[in-house]
Design a protein around this ligand. Structure first.
Ligand SMILES: Nc1ncnc2c1ncn2[C@@H]1O[C@H](COP(=O)(O)OP(=O)(O)OP(=O)(O)O)[C@@H](O)[C@H]1O
Ligand SMILES: [Mg+2]
Length: 200
């Protein structure tokens, strides 16, 4: 196991929907020979979806049972476990080696969601772009695991291979683990700001 994991097995790939978690986590798990776990899929196939919240267009998960299941999976795995989820804070923090938060410029995210998630309401798209603008996933991860385990990777304009290489460099200790992305310091087009204001 890579020494920077310090005996802990879970590598959490977080980020807002559309940031590229699944694409990156799948490639990373192949490169590392790690077990890949998608929390949404795991919840669904394990019958841990409690109910559907129509107002938020999302499923409510039976969190306690999912945490128990994750504990078992991670404890019994002989390899690192890559957790793919935007609610990775459910992973028991004593198992977590690192949380990699994929950050994507809100303009690229809006473009991607409008193209790829045509069935989403504008409200859901706007809320997720706003969440990225505000750094919600990073804040949630820091609250759950503490600042030292949380690292951001700017994926804007990068291919999945380039993103995976950046993540590998953090895991290997070649690149520093930092959280320093603040989109509010960057230029955000009025198109994005107006979309958020209109629909969220
Ligand atoms: N680095 C990238 N460059 C260009 N397109 C990408 C990149 N990474 C992912 N994509 C594309 O963006 C879309 C969303 O990617 P992906 O499904 O991996 O995101 P996700 O974070 O797992 O989303 P969700 O939370 O909804 O599962 C996909 O169509 C994927 O092909
Ligand atoms: Mg995904």
């Amino acid at each position: 196991m890579i020494h920077t994991l310090q005996g802990k097995k879970a590598i959490v790939i977080s980020g807002v929907p559309g940031s590229g978690k699944t694409s990156t986590a799948l490639l990373l798990s192949t490169v590392l020979g790690a077990l890949y776990v998608n929390l949404s899929t795991l919840s669904a196939v394990s019958c841990l979806l409690e109910s559907y919240d129509g107002s938020r267009d999302t499923y409510i998960i039976r969190e306690e049972l999912l945490v128990n299941l994750l504990n078992n999976i991670i404890s019994n795995s002989n390899t690192p476990v890559i957790i793919d989820s935007h609610y990775g804070e459910l992973v028991p923090s004593h198992h977590v080696a690192v949380v990699i938060v994929l950050r994507i410029h809100p303009e690229e995210l809006l473009r991607r969601l409008l193209k790829e998630r045509r069935w989403w309401t504008p409200k859901k798209i706007a809320e997720n772009v706003a969440a990225e603008l505000m750094g919600s996933c990073t804040n949630n991860a820091i609250t759950a695991c503490g600042p030292e385990k949380v690292c951001e990777v700017d994926v804007t304009g990068l291919t999945v291979i380039e993103v995976t290489r950046k993540v590998m460099n953090i895991i290997k200790g070649v690149s520093p683990c930092v959280t320093n992305i603040d989109w509010l310091e960057h230029h955000i087009s009025t198109e994005v700001l107006e979309f958020i204001a209109k629909y969220s």
